[in-house]
Design a protein around this ligand. Structure first.
Ligand code: UDP
Length: 237
């Protein structure tokens, strides 16, 4: 039994609930969307269900490739059972194509493809607006150990090599994405989610955007974009 207990945490698009087991929690995908540090909010019909389907698919593909994640199993259309992790307060971003904050920060034109992926760290802090940081900051302020830094970088790039072709087969370009990691029994595993809320996904030919940028910049029906990703991956929700 995985009885849904008290709500332990509620974030911008997901909520976490206790279960009967202290080391397992329920992760619920909601229809809420926020952007620009929660200045913009909306309810996007079906987003929770579609994200649950996409995340379940990606986590299964990673498990198949021997990448350890917190994911245990899907419980319902919007809920997954996951292992409780002690989260590392970092956002690991992998970029294959220039977009978003990289373009704003460095003046690189959107759409430029990189010969090899760019890796960036951001501090997970809503109050500070998730600032970009480097390894020196992480070590100085004790946000992660040198070993953890090396592990999350290596895992992030490995995950990119697994999921980039998975999306490419669905005629989608994986432009960039954000990962979060945590500890379980002293080992670092992937936590959080891999969905269009935290990935940029473009049509391989037209470069049409199917991810959260539709919501951020009012580029069209958001549910339609997410639905397109799930459909191309042959998922139901
Ligand atoms: N991202 C995320 N959560 C954040 C910040 C970024 O999931 O708090 C994702 C974002 O969706 C994109 C990638 O990380 O796929 C890189 O985001 P970027 O640094 O370009 O920031 P943005 O332009 O979204 O502010």
């Amino acid at each position: 039994m995985n009885n849904k207990g008290e709500q332990l945490y509620t974030g911008k698009a997901k909520s976490i609930y206790a279960t009967d087991k202290p080391d397992e929690v329920i992760m619920e995908f909601r229809d809420d969307a926020t952007a620009f540090n929660a200045e913009k909010h909306a309810v996007i019909q079906l987003k929770g269900r579609i994200n649950q389907a996409i995340n379940t698919h990606i986590m299964a593909a990673l498990a198949h490739a021997n990448i350890k994640t917190h994911f245990i199993k899907s419980l319902s259309a919007t809920e997954s059972l996951v292992k409780l992790l002690e989260m590392i307060p970092l956002e690991c971003v992998v970029r294959n194509i220039a977009a978003g904050s990289l373009c704003r920060r460095l003046g690189i034109e959107e759409g430029r493809e990189f010969d090899s992926p760019v890796f960036e760290f951001f501090l997970k802090s809503d109050s500070l607006g998730d600032p970009m940081i480097n390894e020196s900051h992480i070590l100085t302020f004790g946000w992660a150990t040198p070993e953890a830094i090396a592990t999350v970088k290596k895992l992030s790039l490995q995950i990119n090599t697994i999921i980039k072709p998975l999306f490419r087969e669905a005629n989608l370009l994986l432009v960039d994405f954000k990962l979060e990691f945590g500890y379980i029994d002293g080992e670092i595993v992937l936590g959080d989610e891999i969905t269009p809320d935290g990935c940029r996904l473009w049509d391989a030919e037209t470069k049409e955007k199917f991810d959260k940028d539709r919501f951020r910049f009012d580029l069209g029906d958001v549910t339609e974009g997410y639905r397109e990703v799930a459909q191309r991956l042959n998922l139901t929700w």
